[in-house]
Every structure is written in structure tokens, then in C-alpha cells.
Design a protein around this ligand. Structure first.
Ligand SMILES: C[S@@+](CC[C@H](N)C(=O)[O-])C[C@H]1O[C@@H](n2cnc3c(N)ncnc32)[C@H](O)[C@@H]1O
Length: 267
């Protein structure tokens, strides 16, 4: 067996083990949506960080991220019809020169930020660049991870759930995240009624991912936006794009526009 543990929770399969060993044993997947470690040596020790920002989130230093001490080669993960890879500006020389990049704007109101203003994902779609706006600056976080509405971070490089829902919604069928960390991609799949496979090497994060996926099934989406036909998306003009841009309200609900919001009873 190439894995140490395997859990099936609803339509989500979670593996504890090395994705390089497990991936060859998997059948066909339709999409890869992932946020791999890419060799930046993310400093998880608060003593090495100016101001101890990491400690501020969790109360204690985090473990180093496995694989984050060496350059990342994305080529083995270019499987499935659609691929979305976060952090790809760090390893783009290995990727085809597509123009359909995704932007996560972390300071939608242009506030001052000591860290990156945005993160970028490469996709294999040759479509327009798209932007997701969600504040993510220290403890100033919009979405369900916002500390002021009881949200918490459980992984040092955790992605917002709303961001990963946005990504999963661009794909169809079975989604694979070979570097699932705390399982945000799989939580998005579970909430959206999608099938997913997640792989994680670190037991602590594997357990967290299992727990989060279980919780997600207890609170599935009341409104699941169907995938948009490709042709329609290419025809969107700036105004209609603004109307369909997902946003997150402070109570953490994922909303697409006011109409959908009111259909949910303005929760
Ligand atoms: C950047 S983090 C992903 C964080 C995730 N997006 C989240 O929201 O929690 C990458 C994860 O990949 C895991 N990892 C590193 N090498 C791996 C490997 N060979 N197989 C599986 N997981 C691996 C690390 O332990 C880390 O948790």
C-alpha cells in the first residue's frame, strides 16, 4: 500500500502519504486544484519573523512545511482536463505559457500590507485573467476564517475557503489536490456536492483535513452555483463580470450577488 491511511468521507477520499507514491495508483481525475510547497522556505518560526506574525495567529510556532525547502516541479501534477496551481509564479518556467492566470487580490481596498498584495495561480485554460478579491492581511481576513466571527487558521499557508470554492467551480468532475494541507480544496468540494481526492504527507494536517471535511458535510451549501458554460464566460463584459464576481460577507457566507443573497433569506 502506498499510503499510511485512507479515509472516505462522503464523496471525498483522503490519503495520508506521499502524493508521488499515491498518484500512480489513482484512476483518472478530471481536474487538479492545488497549492503545493514551492521552495520559498516559508518561515513558520515566529522568532525568525519580524513581529512574530505567525505566533499571533495560533499562539505557537508552526512546523516547517514539508517540501518547502526545495524548488517545485509541477510536471507530474499536470493531469486531468483542468489544472489550477497556486504559487505558480515561483515555478512558471516548467509550465506552458498560458494566459488564463488567476489573481487573488488580498487587499481589495488597497490597504498597506507588509506581505504580498496578491497571489497568483497558473491554469491550463487559455482564457482571460480572473480576479478574486478577499482581504487577507494578518488578522484582517474576510470570510469564514475571519477571527472576529470565530474563524481560525489551522495551517500556516491555509487558503481561504471562498477562494478554493471559486477555483473548484471552474472545474468539472473529480478534483484532485495532491498537496491538500488542511484540506481547503476538499472542504470546498464537499460543500459544493463535488467528488474529490486529497493527499497529505503530514499526519497532523491529514487529521485536520478529515475533521474539516466531516464538518463541511454537516453544513453543505444551500446554493450551489452550476459550472458556467465556457463560451458564455468568454463573452462576459466587464460589467457582467463584476456582477458575477464572488465575494464573502463578514459572516462567512459565499454570495454571488444580491439576488442569491436574498434567496438565502439575507442570512
Ligand atoms: C502549501 S500547503 C497547502 C495548504 C492548503 N492549501 C490549505 O489550505 O491548507 C502544502 C502541503 O503539502 C504537503 N506536502 C508536501 N509534500 C507532500 C507530498 N510529497 N505529498 C503530500 N503532501 C505533501 C505539506 O505538508 C503541506 O501541508
Amino acid at each position: 500500500m502506498p499510503y499510511k491511511r485512507k479515509e472516505q468521507i462522503g464523496d471525498i477520499t483522503l490519503y495520508l502519504g506521499d502524493c508521488m507514491d499515491i498518484m500512480p495508483t489513482l484512476g483518472k481525475v478530471d481536474a487538479v486544484v492545488t497549492d503545493p510547497p514551492y521552495g520559498i522556505g516559508w518561515r513558520t518560526n515566529s522568532k525568525k519573523r519580524n513581529g512574530g506574525i505567525r505566533k499571533h495567529f495560533t499562539g505557537k510556532d508552526e512546523m516547517p512545511i514539508i517540501g518547502d525547502d526545495k524548488p517545485f516541479n509541477p510536471v507530474p501534477f499536470l493531469v486531468g482536463k483542468k489544472q489550477i496551481m497556486w504559487g505558480a509564479n515561483n515555478y512558471s518556467s516548467h509550465l506552458q505559457n498560458n494566459y488564463g492566470w488567476l489573481v487573488w487580490d488580498k487587499r481589495p481596498n488597497g490597504e498597506r500590507n507588509t506581505q504580498s498584495d496578491a497571489e497568483l495561480a497558473w491554469t491550463n485554460f487559455n482564457k482571460s485573467v480572473r480576479t478574486h478579491r478577499q482581504r487577507w492581511m494578518g488578522c484582517m481576513r474576510d470570510g469564514e476564517e475571519c477571527p472576529f466571527v470565530g474563524g481560525a487558521l489551522v495551517h500556516p499557508t491555509q487558503k481561504p475557503l471562498a477562494l478554493m470554492r471559486w477555483c473548484v467551480n471552474m472545474t468539472e468532475g473529480l478534483v484532485l489536490d495532491p498537496f491538500m494541507g488542511s484540506g481547503t480544496t476538499l472542504v470546498a468540494c464537499a460543500k459544493m456536492g463535488r467528488k474529490g481526492i486529497g493527499i497529505e504527507l503530514e499526519p497532523k494536517y491529514f487529521d485536520i483535513a478529515c475533521r474539516r471535511v466531516e464538518e463541511a458535510y454537516k453544513q453543505p451549501d444551500m446554493f450551489v452555483e452550476p459550472a458556467k458554460p465556457q463560451v458564455q464566460e468568454d463573452l462576459l463584459n466587464e460589467q457582467s463580470l463584476a456582477d458575477t464576481q464572488p465575494y464573502v460577507n463578514l459572516r462567512g457566507s459565499f454570495c454571488n450577488n444580491e439576488k442569491h443573497n436574498s434567496e438565502r433569506g439575507n442570512q
